[in-house]
Design a protein around this ligand. Sequence first.
Ligand SMILES: C[S@@+](CC[C@H](N)C(=O)[O-])C[C@H]1O[C@@H](n2cnc3c(N)ncnc32)[C@H](O)[C@@H]1O
Length: 209
Amino acid sequence: MNLYRQHIFPYLLNKVSSKLDADRQRILPYLCGDVLELGAGTGANFSFYSEQIRMLVALEPEAALLRMAARQRSALEAKQAGRLYLVQGDGHDLPLASSSLDAVLCCLVLCSVPDPQRALSEIYRVLKPGGNLVVFEHVKSQNAVTYAFQQMLNPLWKPVACGCHLQRDSLQLIQQAGFNVEGLQTYRHADLPALVGTVLEGVATKPLE
Ligand SMILES: C[S@@+](CC[C@H](N)C(=O)[O-])C[C@H]1O[C@@H](n2cnc3c(N)ncnc32)[C@H](O)[C@@H]1O
């Protein structure tokens, strides 16, 4: 399993990731200021961050993925790489001060964190009032048959996809964490297979106090 987690899964993640470049290009411009990317994986988002980013903390728990992310960073221009900090850490316990960030990116991560409620309450804590949670997540299907398959196959999928859940209701979880979710939409992604093809995308905001 270690061999799979350290070598095969990172390779597969990289392969799949490149199919989502157009999506990354669309959502990343929503981020500006001081930003956290939760679960940065192989660093597939790095080249899509805009000039509006002042500082980017890319947090990732898995050492093998962090090494690949470091390689992605070294391919960036010096100015861009200089404001990107790679941190090995856990989204359940963010090593960041409360109300310190302008935005957080969750890109295909809320499906994988073991306790999404806790991760979202940490995200809420570190965002400034009015701060943005930018989301691109595959979620539970709105089609009853597909949802039944997601539930049935999840126990097989989860170990293969290193903890990813097929059928999380991330919209509800984000709302329950206290965010304003008017800027989020759920849709069927044309290029993804049905099991992971229902996508939650957009910007949730932490209310102004
Ligand atoms: C499907 S990958 C997505 C990677 C990347 N965000 C992307 O867009 O390609 C899921 C990521 O969530 C990370 N993850 C899992 N549990 C986590 C946790 N407790 N805290 C932070 N990240 C976590 C995984 O290590 C992995 O990098």
